[in-house]
Write a protein that binds this ligand. Sequence first.
Ligand SMILES: [Zn+2]
Ligand SMILES: [Zn+2]
Length: 581
Amino acid sequence: MDLNLKKHREDLIFLPLGGANEIGMNLNLYHLDGKWLMVDCGVGFAYDIPGVSMMTPDISFIKQHRDNLIGIILTHIHEDHMGAVQHLWRELEVPIYATNFGANFLRSKLEEYKLDKTVPIRIIDGSKPLNLHPFEIEFIGLTHSVPEMKALMIKTHKGNVLHTGDWKFDPNPVVGEISEIEKIKNYGDKGEILAMICDSTNAINEGHSRSEGELHESLKSLIIGRNSYVGVTTFASNIARIHTIASIAKEVGRKIVLAGYSLHRLYEVGKKSGYFFEDFEFISDREIKFYNKKEILIISTGCQGEPMAATRKIASNSHPTIHFTKGDLMIFSSKIIPGNEKKIFELFDLLAKKQIDVMTEKDHFVHVSGHPSKDELREMYALARPRIAIPVHGEFIHTKTHCEIARECGVEKAIQIENGLAIKLDKDNIVSSDKIGFVKVGYLGVDGKQLVDLKSDIIRERKKLQEAGIVIITLALNDSLKLLSRPKISAIGSLDLRRDYEAETMIRKEIEIFLKNKARELNLNEGFGLNFLRKKKKKADLKETKVIGEIQKSLRSRLLKIFEDLMGKRPALEIEIMMIN
Ligand SMILES: [Zn+2]
Ligand SMILES: [Zn+2]
């Protein structure tokens, strides 16, 4: 059922275009009285798509309504929440609201795309409500692995929605504020939260997520007393972790080297925003040679095995200044994200072959999550007491389990959402607060500088090329379909025709026989070819194009059969025909 907006013009609607039943690409819409508000605009990893490693949600729905889109509020700096701004903003051209730190971070990213002077960024003062009529937004600081993560209390005359963003309850969060639990409790106690849109990342994990403070002790015990280089790789956006590692470096007397572009950017933005960097001693990677190994701690990018990142370069001996040898240590202070296993294990392998010690979350306590486990979710429901729960930010299994937890906690309605599904929310009528229709959704791949629909021909063709290569055949024909020169056959990534004469002969023969038969079929004797037909008939030009089209089509299917016999699969095949009169 398509969403009928005319019918629901007055309604408060929640509609995610990305991030529901998946981790990544968070993009949520709220609607009321014909106006729209976007919360977050993130990217996700793309897998098995040649040339595309990131993707964004397809925003064609909100693009149609961009005149009524008030703005985009960003909850925090993680890529899955703001990484699509530089790719999608041009389609929307609305103001962006972010905290001071978020704004500095976003600006530095927009610089790369020459958009920093164009995109209007409004800084959120977390202590004051933001009035974006018909929505009034109050900001609630919650602990996460980055500073200034803001949950939103979206207040409307149809009810209040708590949009949590990413969070955990961590009494010792290292950076950022401790969760502003009181604010949530106040609303909850008064029964003023109609719906909660909440993080489900760890909804299937029992207990309580461990604290960043606890992790400090564990990491320190692994590093202290070693005489080797110590490298720690983590997400460049995990500021809490970088702070933890930097504090340990200080305590054990090591200088910090940042390796990787995104860490340097974070350092600059962090410094500008007044976060922690003054307390620690950083040196550049070029200075590393002036120190003993035991005086150095390297923080590097590429914990997911990214091929161009610093950790990979260190592992493959291609980093210009950082050279690890036998007995040095690399700690992966990060989660192994499902889908990235292959790349990460390749990296472990590279390091192991060089006899570098590797520690990961599988064998040591080197990582804590920034998201709530079951017990924290229960605590949150006890505080907020929403009437409706809509879990997001998780795969199907996570949002399903999260719905069960919400029901256990006494929530009247727990709705398992999906991208493109619109939910009406109405404090005066809980029964009617339900699914009201779908809008178009999908994914766009970030393909260099362009965005491509992942269902488009470009991607389909590229996959085909990757699978079986391409053969391009160029034929120069006269108007009697006689070959004027040897057919030019280029096989790229498919057949080795330079060595395989038999295959090449087979293809050439097939082309010759086909053309002869075709000429006979069309009665094209020398001198009475297509050109002759053209003179005879007015629409002969069309006729010629049609004949060429037919030749291409039937020759293609004949040749594809030969390729299938030769290769056991079908390559992409292009046949170009030049008619020379
Ligand atoms: Zn996050
Ligand atoms: Zn997230």
